[in-house]
Design a protein around this ligand. Structure first.
Ligand code: SF4
Length: 470
């Protein structure tokens, strides 16, 4: 994933840029960057790895050495950015969030016009550089950004820093959000609205799908807004990776998670002693469940927050599981002799939740009933660069389906049946997952309940990773 923040201010913008970008740290774990424009000194840029130290530590020096009135910052799970280029548009910097599936096709098209690309250390071209090259194909920024948003297969939201202000363009299907904020003498744009309050910004509005705006320290203007765009905002924003204090399409993440937990409780007939949320993203769902079921919420698993402020995820599988386990510390007195319902945001590979359940049993739990806050994940996300799983066959639901069907090559129709909670195939799959992970019982959220918990028109929500519908 990734996130960004941009600010235009009549004063120096770096303080706001530094903290505004830092408030997106939960969205990425690999690279971060800031680019600024100062009327006297021009452009400056810094990029650091944030794999082993948080953004604030890595950019401590730049927070005092950089200066300028306009700036954009990025948190990224993939490519180093912002990218700074010089073209017929002048010098500009760009940062992006999304995933480009047709890189080869677009690259070929651009190379026909005698351009070139730098390659990253893995040999791939930097997708954000590709976006800069697409913007350069057209006469001006508006047309260039429109072009980039329209030719990309996948998703793309972006910020472009120029000498005259900052352009923001939201993905054509609104897969990821952009929200505009304002305070005296400054405007900003963010992925997460939670970045506003402590910096003194109030929300102006969210961009529409495909909308392009420009802002400087004095004003904010919409430059292009498609009529009746097809909205498909990512539902996983509310379920898992969005920040609890943010809202998207006017829907609070934290409140949605309470409703999600409530709906899980309403379908349940078990009466365990306690309700447990796997920190952090399972917690709010568990509070909702606990309130609706009238069963006490308890914290037998507590995240060691002083040095685990964010989701540090090394890429090696062995370390990944080990580290995920090490950041949670148990409270044995709250586990011994207890039956519990354990709520996590989702089950991806299942390894971590299996180990958590195993640990709870070893610590004296009598029953561990697992209730993920979303349906089984059956399809890999095509729209966002998630680092959580690399291939669909890493998803436990797909591995179990392959076992049950005797092949990994399963048709769309059969997968569709597995996504239907009223089908026999679905029940067999859930039983097998429960067996494999050694839970007392397992019951996933239903897609219709989860979508109702968001509360916007279901047609406007992307649910591809659960039902394969585009
Ligand atoms: S496929 Fe899933 S994770 Fe990807 S955008 Fe859609 S809802 Fe979000």
């Amino acid at each position: 994933m990734g996130g960004f923040f941009g600010v235009a201010s009549e004063k120096d913008c770096v303080f706001d840029l530094f903290f505004g970008t830092d408030y997106h740290s939960h969205l990425g774990t690999r690279r971060a960057g800031m680019a600024v424009y100062d009327r006297e000194d021009g452009f400056a840029k810094a990029i650091h790895k944030i794999e082993n130290a948080p953004f604030r530590t890595k950019f401590d020096k730049e927070a005092t050495s950089m200066h300028g009135s306009y700036g954009i910052g990025s948190i990224s799970d993939f490519e180093p950015q912002p990218i700074m280029v010089h073209s017929h548009h002048g010098t500009f910097a760009v940062t992006t969030v999304g995933k480009i599936n047709n890189v080869d096709e677009l690259e070929k098209e651009i190379l026909e016009h005698n351009s070139h690309f730098f390659v990253m250390s893995n040999g791939n071209i930097n997708p954000t550089e590709l976006v800069a090259a697409l913007i350069n194909q057209k006469e001006n920024f508006i047309e260039g950004i429109r072009y980039a948003l329209s030719v990309i297969d996948g998703s793309l939201s972006l910020l472009v820093l120029t000498e005259r202000g900052i352009y923001a363009g939201r993905d054509a299907q609104g897969r990821t959000p952009i929200v505009i904020g304002k305070k005296d003498g400054a405007y900003c744009a963010a992925f997460e609205s939670c970045a506003f309050a402590n910096l003194g910004y109030s929300m102006v509005r969210e961009l529409k799908p495909g909308e392009i705006v420009v802002f400087d320290e004095k004003s904010f203007n919409s430059l292009y807004c498609p009529e009746n765009p097809r909205m498909k905002i990512c539902t996983f924003l509310w379920i898992y990776y969005g920040y609890p204090s943010s809202s998207y399409e006017g829907i609070s993440v934290e409140k949605m998670r309470y409703r999600c937990g409530e709906a899980l409780a309403h379908r349940d007939h078990i009466k365990p002693d306690i309700v447990v949320g796997v920190p952090d993203s399972g917690t709010a769902h568990a509070i909702g469940y606990s309130n609706a079921a009238g069963i006490p919420f308890s914290r037998p698993l507590i995240k060691y927050t002083p040095t685990w402020p964010r989701s540090f995820m090394p890429t090696m599988q062995q370390n990944r599981d080990l580290i995920a386990k090490m950041k949670l510390i148990a409270v044995p007195d709250l586990i011994k002799g207890m039956s519990m319902v354990v709520i996590d945001d989702s089950i991806v590979r299942g390894t971590q939740l299996r180990e958590t359940a195993e640990f709870l049993f070893q610590s004296g739990a009598t029953e561990v009933h697992v209730r993920p806050a979303c349906p089984p994940l059956l399809f890999g996300c095509k729209y966002l660069n998630f680092s959580r799983s690399k291939s669909e066959m890493e998803l436990i639901a797909r591995r179990v389906i392959a076992e049950l069907e005797g092949t990994e090559d399963v048709s769309k129709e059969v997968l569709k049946e597995y996504s239907n909670p009223d089908s026999e195939r679905y029940n067999k799959m859930v039983d097998r997952i429960c067996q494999k992970l050694n839970f007392t019982t397992l019951r996933y959220h239903r897609l219709d309940d989860m979508v109702a918990a968001v509360g916007i028109d279901p047609d406007k929500l992307c649910t591809y990773c659960w039902n394969g519908e585009e």
